[in-house]
Write a new protein. Structure first.
Length: 565
């Protein structure tokens, strides 16, 4: 049947209903009323259905049936709105569904725009998190002209921060729809819930993620042409972290090391096993190298190299420790000169470590599915807490109130990371060059210009001129000498009779209990001297000339801890 061009009114709607009830028309031969008032609007009857239709720019869109659009006036208004959406490139389907469900005009339009954007592949909040955490931080990336390896810890931290429960209100939202208030609302909710760290972390990571999206995926993220409004968002003053000044003094650090060596077993622990040699070595290594805890404990045995005398280094005894990019926060290759006594510590750790592990400080307990690993970064912290009388259960859990004697009474709380501040302060007091101190700490700003290195390059890179080993040696030598001197002082003060004129005789009386030729299972605590003096004595007795440097421990022995004086 031909199209009837009319001004659609009540009589045409009534005729349409009758035709539908009688099923007088088919899809091949429908009855069509074309409205002469609203261009493109039609009322189409086929079989039992009566539908309002809009034809525009070669497209045909259904506007609804007579139950949802009951009269011509409503049909004309809906046709105008749908036409405007089509002109904007928005699929009106979600708009019509929303209106039929009782949504407001604004909500229905927003739903339509969102569905259109999603269909075109534009990002939602969830997609932003995936792209930033997994495809940016979780993969190698260029930074300042240098290819940096993936930062899995950073990726995990970013995902945790951006998926905080308070951010659930952002789920499903398009990135293009976000505004300052959305970020501030989550920030404020975290703070109100007593989570200041989560509040800061959310703001920091949201700003970084949005900046990455605009820089690398401007169109798909929906940020093309938009100002960087997110940079205006600030953390709340109530959640701001005060600049950290906390740090142990060198004497306090030496006392902690002394107590850790002396009190290897502690009362009040469910597990009576002594602190392992590996754990003790790890604590000393963190203190003496001033490296970040996880990086310090991740050092591999194969990455300890000799330092050739002809390479402007010390004539004998020094070595070089090297870290791959993935182990460093900076994601830069890092190497550090280590003096002879630290080399002795390496030997002590190797002697006590798990056979077959590639790590200098191997984990004593491996997670299911892993065949190797290094000490967890929390292990030194847990050890110090036990010395303070906390953590009766060595397996961890929240630090409880003191359950035993505080062996570190008078020493303020500090973290392993605070040791780096002690290192810096000590170097400043010793008038050590600032660039030497920063080089040891691997601080930002010491770019080498190198691209990401493969593991096979580690041996060569350990001596690369960009590592500035001679410069780093200045700070390392000053710091380790200072800490060792303080440890010597603590040992003497803890046992005054060794500081008397008869010190040599008293030390010999104690040292007679030590099998210097056989220290494989660990260096026992001696009130007479620290472990490094014991190892140096052992080396002197075994190889007075020592042409190959420090003692290598190769024998197996089990020796009980010495009785205390």
């Amino acid at each position: 049947m031909p199209t009837n061009r009319v001004e659609i009114g009540p009589k045409h709607i009534a005729e349409a209903k009758e035709a539908a009830e009688a099923r007088a028309y088919t899809s091949r031969d429908p009855l069509i009323f074309a409205d002469v008032v609203e261009k493109g609007l039609q009322l189409r009857i086929q079989a039992a259905s009566v539908t309002w239709i809009l034809k525009w720019s070669g497209k045909t869109k259904s506007l609804g049936d007579l139950e949802s659009v009951t009269n011509a006036k409503a049909a004309r208004e809906r046709a105008q709105k749908v036409r405007n959406l089509l002109r904007d490139g928005t699929d009106p389907k979600a708009f019509l569904t929303g209106k039929d469900a009782g949504k407001s005009e604004a909500a229905a339009k927003a739903a339509a725009k969102q569905q259109t954007a999603l269909a075109a592949g534009f990002w939602t909040w969830e997609r932003l998190i995936d792209e930033y955490a997994d495809n940016h931080l979780g993969k190698p990336r260029l930074s300042r002209g240098r290819l940096k390896p993936p930062s899995l810890d950073s990726a995990k931290g970013a995902r945790t921060a951006l998926t905080t429960p308070e951010a659930d209100i952002l789920k499903g939202k398009l990135v293009s729809e976000l505004d300052i208030g959305d970020i501030e609302e989550v920030r404020d909710a975290c703070a109100a819930n007593g989570r200041p760290s989560a509040s800061r972390a959310f703001v920091r990571n949201a700003k970084a993620a949005l900046t990455h999206a605009k820089k690398m995926h401007s169109r798909k993220s929906g940020l093309e042409g938009r100002p960087k409004w997110w940079l205006e968002v600030q953390i709340l003053h109530s959640t701001a972290v005060q600049p950290k000044t906390r740090m142990p003094t060198v004497n306090e650090l030496a006392r902690v090391l002394y107590m850790a060596e002396k009190h290897r077993t502690l009362e009040g622990r469910k597990n009576s096993r002594a602190t392992t040699e590996t754990m003790l070595c790890g604590l000393w290594w963190i203190a003496l190298t001033a490296q970040r805890t996880n990086a310090a404990l991740a050092i591999e045995k194969a990455n300890i190299f000799p330092w050739p005398a002809e390479d402007h280094g010390p004539a004998n005894g020094w070595k070089v420790a090297a870290w791959a990019e993935e182990d460093m926060k900076s994601k830069r290759f890092h190497s550090l000169p280590i003096p002879p006594r630290l080399v002795l510590l390496v030997e002590r750790a190797i002697a006590a470590g798990r056979e077959g592990s590639k790590y200098l400080f191997p984990s004593t307990a491996l997670r299911k599915g892993k065949d190797d690993g290094h000490l967890d970064k929390n292990s030194p912290k847990n050890l110090i807490e036990r010395l303070r009388g906390k953590r009766a259960n060595p397996k961890g859990g929240k630090a409880s109130a003191a359950t035993g004697v505080d062996l570190l009474e008078g020493i303020p709380h500090f973290s392993q990371h605070d040791i780096r501040r002690t290192f810096t302060t000590t170097c400043v007091n010793l008038a050590i060059r600032g660039d030497a101190t920063s080089a040891v700490l691997d601080h930002a700003g010491l770019e080498t210009g190198q691209e990401m290195m493969r593991s096979a390059d580690v041996t060569l890179l350990a001596y690369d001129l960009s590592q500035r080993l001679v410069l780093k040696r200045i700070a390392m030598e000053a710091w380790t000498n200072r800490l060792f001197a303080e440890c010597d002082k603590v040992w003497r003060q803890s046992h005054p009779h060794f500081a008397t004129p008869g010190e040599t005789t008293m030390k010999k009386l104690d040292w007679d209990r030590i099998d210097f030729a056989n220290l494989q299972q660990g260096v026992p605590f001696s009130p007479a001297a620290p472990w490094y003096e014991i190892m140096e004595e052992a080396a002197a007795r075994k190889r007075p000339n020592r042409p190959d440097g420090p003692l290598r421990l190769v024998q197996t022995q089990k020796q009980d801890e010495l009785e205390e004086f």
